[in-house]
Ligand binder design. Structure first.
Ligand SMILES: C[S@@+](CC[C@H](N)C(=O)[O-])C[C@H]1O[C@@H](n2cnc3c(N)ncnc32)[C@H](O)[C@@H]1O
Length: 188
């Protein structure tokens, strides 16, 4: 696995960006529930660790060895993987989460396909992203381009458009963040 800027940031990441919205995330994911959750692009596991007591089990998947080392130090199950090709069978998880990672991945549409593939029918997927419709977020997106970070921001409607027609979608937005809540229908 190549070294990237997240390997460098990993030891400081949780102190710089502490996770502070547990109640909101529990509501978005319809937790607590005795379910399995995949935190894709889950980094140091700062979100997964907070959610863990409210779940049956949780796995963090990420491509950064440095970020995953932090997740493992927290006692979390961690898989080295790109979100464009997740190493899990179809319909493995009742919950799938991606926080602040979609704009960093190599391929957004392939990632969305994979997140939806590993979601169980009747399950729920939540994607949190900075809301590109907000002016300050547009500036951040521009700054990340100038800094040559590999980021590609999509607006919430653009993310929603990547899902198949059968997916049930809801959108919430507040304080410069947007949450896309996706439900996969039960099989008939
Ligand atoms: C801004 S961090 C967010 C980490 C975590 N979701 C959180 O909120 O703390 C973005 C993460 O996405 C990971 N990432 C970027 N592209 C990825 C890809 N294609 N597959 C897997 N992980 C990826 C990075 O290594 C990094 O850990």
């Amino acid at each position: 696995m190549n070294f990237d800027h997240f390997d460098f940031l990993a030891p400081f990441y949780d102190r710089v960006i502490p996770f502070s919205c547990l109640e909101k995330m529990l509501a978005l994911l319809a937790l607590p529930a005795p379910v399995t959750l995949l935190d894709a692009g889950g980094g140091t596991g700062r979100v997964a660790k907070a959610l863990q007591p409210h779940l049956a089990s949780v796995v963090v998947a990420d491509l950064s060895a440095g970020m995953l080392a932090q997740a493992r130090q927290k006692g979390l199950a961690a898989a080295s993987a790109v979100t464009e090709l997740l190493p899990f069978p179809a319909e493995s998880f009742e919950r799938v989460l991606m926080v602040d990672a979609l704009h960093h991945v190599f391929n957004q549409s392939q990632t969305v396909r994979e997140l939806y593939r590993v979601l169980k029918p009747g399950g729920r997927l939540v994607i949190e992203e900075p809301d590109l419709r907000v002016f300050a977020v547009k500036l951040i997106a521009l700054a990340e381009k100038v800094a040559l970070m590999r980021s590609h921001f999509l607006s919430p409607p653009q993310i929603a458009a990547l899902f198949p027609a059968d997916a049930r979608l809801q959108l919430e937005a507040a304080d410069g963040n947007a949450w896309l809540i996706v439900e996969k229908p039960e099989e008939k």
